[in-house]
Design a protein around this ligand. Structure first.
Ligand code: ADP
Length: 334
């Protein structure tokens, strides 16, 4: 997978687990969400009650799973983990719910991907702490209500807008995670380096931070790759030169763009004179599926102002030409 992907796979998850902050005060950045969450949790604890259900929204890799774990830790309870795609049938969710113990936190990742019947079961469970177990089929079927212990659901979604309103309304609190600024990412990197027993100069951490696309997951991954370089080709110590050399090997440039991002921009400027060009045409010209370009490269490029979408297709911006060191055609679209 791409080194600058915001998603992780199973192997990487093990490496990530070691770097997760365990308590709210260790969680770097996101002051607004941290403060709000701290209030929600402490108010409930003072009342001796279970906190409201919590929805966390934001792009991948910003700390939603970490926060769910922190919520359980702050409450002194255990965490149960599931996800929208893992629940195939409403019965799967009923089984998870009915095995919860009093006060537990149930984390549902990618909650926007729950199938409709499971979603409906979840409404009732969240609101009334009850599931209706259907026995029998057809006309003879009947629902047996089963009461559940009070639990706190923590849902995570990449886009709160994708959630149906009735489900969204069941959450007493929604925290929106924002991309991190370079300063906070630098703190993430310095913290991770400490945990991994890596010695790193501050300017090296800043260099990695500025190429991490506002995402702690990417920052931690780049840190590991720079460590590899420092161990194998350097002195083991991570200084600015090591960080730059390692990131050059992995073809991650100063803005955090990788080979695919640059290929897309390059094609847009040199083959299509800065556009507008249709997504499929652009994708074919770099040998990729349109979906890959649209979901993997485009969001970051658009967010950084390196590409724009117009009704007639993708267009280069002044920043695109500048980043590639190219001169736009005098009569060009941009
Ligand atoms: P998400 O669930 O939003 O995809 P995760 O919670 O799995 O993201 O975070 C990805 C990685 O980034 C984890 O290794 C986590 O430790 C690290 N991370 C995320 N947010 C922070 C933060 N605020 N401070 C320190 N590390 C963080």
């Amino acid at each position: 997978d791409r080194i600058v992907s915001a998603n992780s796979d199973d192997i990487e998850r093990a490496a990530e687990a070691a770097l997760r902050p365990r308590r709210l005060e260790e969680f770097v950045g996101q002051p607004v969400v941290r403060d709000q969450l701290s209030l929600v949790l402490h108010a409930a604890m003072n009342r001796g009650a279970t906190p409201d259900h919590v929805l966390l929204s934001g792009p991948p890799g910003l700390g939603k799973t970490t926060l769910a774990m922190i919520i359980a830790a702050e409450l002194g309870t255990s965490l149960r983990v599931t996800s929208g795609p893992a629940i195939q049938h409403a019965g799967d969710l009923a089984a998870v719910l009915s095995s919860l113990t009093e006060g537990e936190v149930l984390f549902i990742d990618e909650i926007h991907r729950l199938a409709r019947p499971a979603e409906e079961l979840l409404y009732v469970a969240m609101e009334d702490f009850r599931v209706d177990i259907v026995v029998g089929k057809g006309a003879g079927a009947s629902a047996i209500p089963l009461s559940l212990p009070r639990f706190t659901a923590v849902g995570a979604t990449t886009r709160a807008g994708l959630l149906p309103a009735p489900l969204r309304d069941r959450f007493g609190f929604t925290g929106h995670l924002e991309f991190y600024d370079a300063q906070d990412l630098e703190r993430v990197i310095l913290r991770s380096a400490r945990l991994l027993n890596i010695t790193i100069d501050q300017d090296a951490a800043a260099e990695i931070a500025s190429r991490s696309r506002g995402t702690p997951r990417i920052a931690n991954r780049l840190l590991r790759r720079v460590r590899d370089w420092a161990d194998v080709r350097g002195s083991g110590h991570m200084d600015l030169a090591a960080a730059r050399a390692a990131l050059a090997v992995y073809e991650v440039d100063e803005l955090g763009l990788d080979r695919l991002d640059r290929a897309v921009l390059h094609a847009l400027c040199t083959r299509f004179r800065g556009g507008p060009v249709g997504l499929s045409t652009l994708a074919v010209s770099v040998g990729e599926e349109p979906e890959t370009v649209e979901t993997v490269a485009e969001p970051f490029l658009v967010r950084e102002g390196l590409m724009a979408r117009s009704p007639r297709g993708r267009v280069a911006t002044a920043a695109t030409w500048q980043h590639l060191g190219l001169v736009p055609p005098a009569d060009g679209a941009t």
